[in-house]
Ligand binder design. Structure first.
Ligand SMILES: Nc1nc2c(ncn2[C@@H]2O[C@H](COP(=O)(O)OP(=O)(O)OP(=O)(O)O)[C@@H](O)[C@H]2O)c(=O)[nH]1
Ligand SMILES: [Mg+2]
Length: 446
């Protein structure tokens, strides 16, 4: 990888906006700034300056905008390299022209996440902090942002008090390595010289380590739910009030509501914040069968059933009419809708008056919290989670074998492979694959 050159990118989101930031990092960053602005960048000072393109008449330069120049001298910068930032007007043209001028002045276009990758490689951020940067950018709710901030800068005012996952993992790694070392040592001494209760002490420490792995798995699962959001599907018979409920929960008029049954065909979704959890709320076609169901509605019903089957939570609405099917599968919350008209079993909710909406939100939060506590699905391909699950598997297996046979050599081997797995999580070792997976999540310019 070409990590020693100078990179540039527009760091702000594209589109209309008051201000855009173009960031340059690398050994030639100050030279790029000299060429783009015609002045000397001064670390710690903000300069108001013109920006030039190098393609003016007679080989001269042409003004394209004016704005602010900021300079950061290595190693005191985001990436740890020399960094300059140009703040120009936003919009579709100017940021691009300032960027092109930087590129014409010796920089090359950064890949996505390359600034943060350099920060990581230069030791300015740990792996988990780099991950927290993108989680913070992607956060959809304040709770998700707090969780990311807690990992990025422990002790930050807005962050909750919980121990950052990174510290927990570091402690776990330390405990496993220490136990492995004690066992290695015990192999070097005569059995008679081992302290009384040595085996019992080992078993106890092993059990504690397994408990910490489980705690970290739960934290990771919660983190992932905060990052990716949860799928909450509104399902039920036609006309039960699903689209009305989507609009009421999302606080906007997303889905068409109308009196005839069979209105909704395509699934309609809205992202919303439910008790701090980012939720992808989906309104579906009413489920019914029999005569009078046309081709399009039938397809809508198939999609609704498919969505409900992979939902984290299904909210099953029933307005008490004949023919309503029982809720599909587990994990659903039964709602009697239109409770301003009639009361029914389960949660009574009215989208018309707003009654029961808060109770429904709480019921959804309860389900999501239970999910965060539950065992993650085994096919999970997330690097950290799979490394932790693998650690748990190794440790549990080792604990069982040790309890049965008391073989310290086997246990020592198991602990060594467990420590390699957890080492991956604390940046003691990391693979190129982990790096590219992480930095692929970033946008260009960060
Ligand atoms: N009084 C009352 N009427 C409601 C309530 N919710 C929905 N309705 C009415 O019930 C009818 C159907 O509402 P929708 O939200 O379109 O129902 P749906 O379940 O999405 O229907 P389909 O898309 O056809 O399956 C409309 O006439 C709504 O105005 C409610 O809480 N109270
Ligand atoms: Mg509908």
């Amino acid at each position: 990888m070409d990590r020693g050159d100078t990179i540039a990118a527009v760091s702000t989101a594209p589109g209309r906006g008051g201000v855009a930031v173009i960031r340059v990092s690398g050994p030639d960053a100050f030279e790029v700034a000299r060429r783009v602005t015609g002045r000397e960048p001064r670390p710690g000072r903000v300069a108001f300056t013109a920006f030039f393109a190098p393609d003016g008449a007679d080989g001269g330069r042409r003004a394209i905008d004016s704005g602010l120049l900021l300079a950061f001298k290595s190693p005191r910068s985001y990436t740890g390299e020399d960094v300059v930032e140009f703040q120009c007007h936003g919009g579709f043209v100017t940021p691009r022209r300032v960027l092109e001028s930087a590129l014409a002045s010796g920089a090359r276009l950064a890949r996505r996440g390359e600034f943060t990758e350099r920060a990581f490689l230069n030791g300015r951020l740990s792996f988990s902090q780099a991950e927290a940067v993108i989680d913070l950018i992607d956060a959809r709710t304040a709770r998700a942002a707090d969780a990311a901030l807690g990992e990025l800068s422990p002790g930050a005012a807005a962050a909750p008090g919980a121990t950052p996952l990174a510290s927990r993992l570091a402690a776990l790694y330390g405990a496993i390595v220490e136990l492995a070392a004690d066992i290695e040592h015990s192999l070097d001494v005569d059995e008679g010289e081992l302290a009384d209760g040595f085996a019992a002490g080992v078993a106890k420490r092993l059990a504690e380590n397994i408990e910490s792995v489980r705690g970290a798995v739960r934290r990771l699962r919660e983190k992932r739910m905060l990052r990716d959001g949860s799928l909450v599907v509104l399902a039920g018979p036609p006309n039960a009030g699903k689209s009305s409920l989507l609009n009421a929960l999302a606080g906007e008029d997303r889905a068409i509501v109308s009196a005839p049954p069979g209105t909704t065909r395509d699934a309609i979704e809205a992202w919303t914040d439910i008790g701090g959890w980012p939720v992808r709320l989906v309104d579906t076609a009413g489920l019914r069968d029999g005569d009078g169901v046309g081709e399009i509605e039938a397809e809508g019903i198939r999609r609704a059933a498919a969505l409900a089957s992979r939902a984290d939570v299904v909210v099953w609405l029933d307005d008490g009419r004949e023919g309503a099917k029982p809720p599909p599968g587990r994990g659903e919350i039964a709602v009697s809708s239109k409770c301003d008209l009639r009361r029914g079993p389960g949660l009574n909710v009215s989208s018309a008056t707003g009654e029961g909406l808060d109770a429904l939100r709480s019921a959804i939060v309860t389900r999501l919290e239970a999910l965060a506590e539950s065992e993650p699905e085994p096919d999970d391909d997330e690097t950290a989670l799979s490394a932790l699950l693998e650690t748990e598997r190794i440790l549990s297996g080792a604990a069982a074998t040790f309890a049965a046979a008391g073989d310290l050599v086997l246990l020592g081997n198991a602990l060594r492979s467990a420590s390699e797995k957890t080492g991956l999580l604390i940046g003691a070792s990391y693979t190129e694959d982990m790096l590219s997976r992480l930095f692929d999540r970033f946008c260009v310019g960060k």
